[in-house]
Design a protein around this ligand. Sequence first.
Ligand SMILES: Nc1ncnc2c1ncn2[C@@H]1O[C@H](COP(=O)(O)OP(=O)(O)OP(=O)(O)O)[C@@H](O)[C@H]1O
Ligand code: SF4
Ligand SMILES: [Mg+2]
Length: 345
Amino acid sequence: MTSTDTARVVHGPKRPGTPALEARGLTKHFPVHGGLRRGRVVRAVEDVSLALPEGTVTAVVGESGSGKSTLSRLLTRLTAPTAGELLLDGEPVGGSARARRAYAGQVHLVLQDPFSSLNAVHSIRYHLRRPLKLHHGLRGSELDAHAAQLLERVSLTPAERYLDKFPHELSGGQRQRVAIARGLAVRPRVLLADEPVSMLDVSIRLGVLNLLDELRERERLAILYVTHDIASARYLADTVVVMYAGQVVESGPAVQVTDAPAHPYTRLLLSAAPDPHRREPVVLRGRGAPPSLIDPPSGCRFHPRCPLAMPVCAETAPPVRPAAGDQVAACWLLDPERAPGTTPA
Ligand SMILES: Nc1ncnc2c1ncn2[C@@H]1O[C@H](COP(=O)(O)OP(=O)(O)OP(=O)(O)O)[C@@H](O)[C@H]1O
Ligand code: SF4
Ligand SMILES: [Mg+2]
């Protein structure tokens, strides 16, 4: 791959055939409305191309403000892109009300806070029957049978124990399972899970991650798993996509990226991840804060924090280059002409 190929780099698990969902060049610039920076834009997501094949999990990791949620909202079409397009089963997604409804039935977003996504005054039965009625026209006893099946699919069994409960009567993990079951009611092909376990007790996180794993295997869903936690990304995902300041800086097979990260930012994320086996304290050179997305740094956006920055890094944005196998990264260190001259700053 040469630098001229960068526009064609599509991140995500490599599988034969057409991916369930593909994003090409997705970009989102939010206008700034008030204050001194009025008229400028927040560059939340820049030119991200991503393919989500069925039966796979793709994890998007990065610090707070790196653009992960904006990317998942762009994929749901809840946020309109500044540029870029979406393809469902290889077909460009239309803009009509009908196309939007059809898309919403195929691509479902699971939110971080299961409490806010469930209505406290309604029972679990109500929450599950509603999408079954609206999307599939089911009526009467069929509704209850399908609602019970949905609970079984998310391992809330026996279903009768849960159907007449209210959200506040369930644990956080059980609520997240109900929220996922409600999403499954519309029979989506793609599940976008934005920090689905970060508000749950540590003891029940693994159960919800294992449920996502089962849905990938059993129901062949294409899953996007958004997280701060690179360790859980390694546990669950086929592919890890690392975002920094609105851009993808590295992607590749989860084990490869976490065992041998190619980008200095991925190394920083990994060194900050809790490791029960680590004895010495973590020393993070170049730590600091993420940059402003209104005035992002020139060249490589990570250069003000990078312990390996070279003069070129502040001048020119690095192209995405292959690191090893399907692993790619946007870093000048991967350029054979620059790397030998590397002088740590
Ligand atoms: N509606 C909006 N209007 C203006 N700026 C926004 C809007 N939504 C997000 N942003 C900005 O876009 C950037 C990316 O935000 P986003 O929520 O996507 O980050 P994130 O990676 O999901 O962060 P976190 O890990 O904290 O959830 C941030 O600078 C944020 O302030
Ligand atoms: S391009 Fe330069 S500043 Fe950016 S991550 Fe690579 S070495 Fe660091
Ligand atoms: Mg977020």
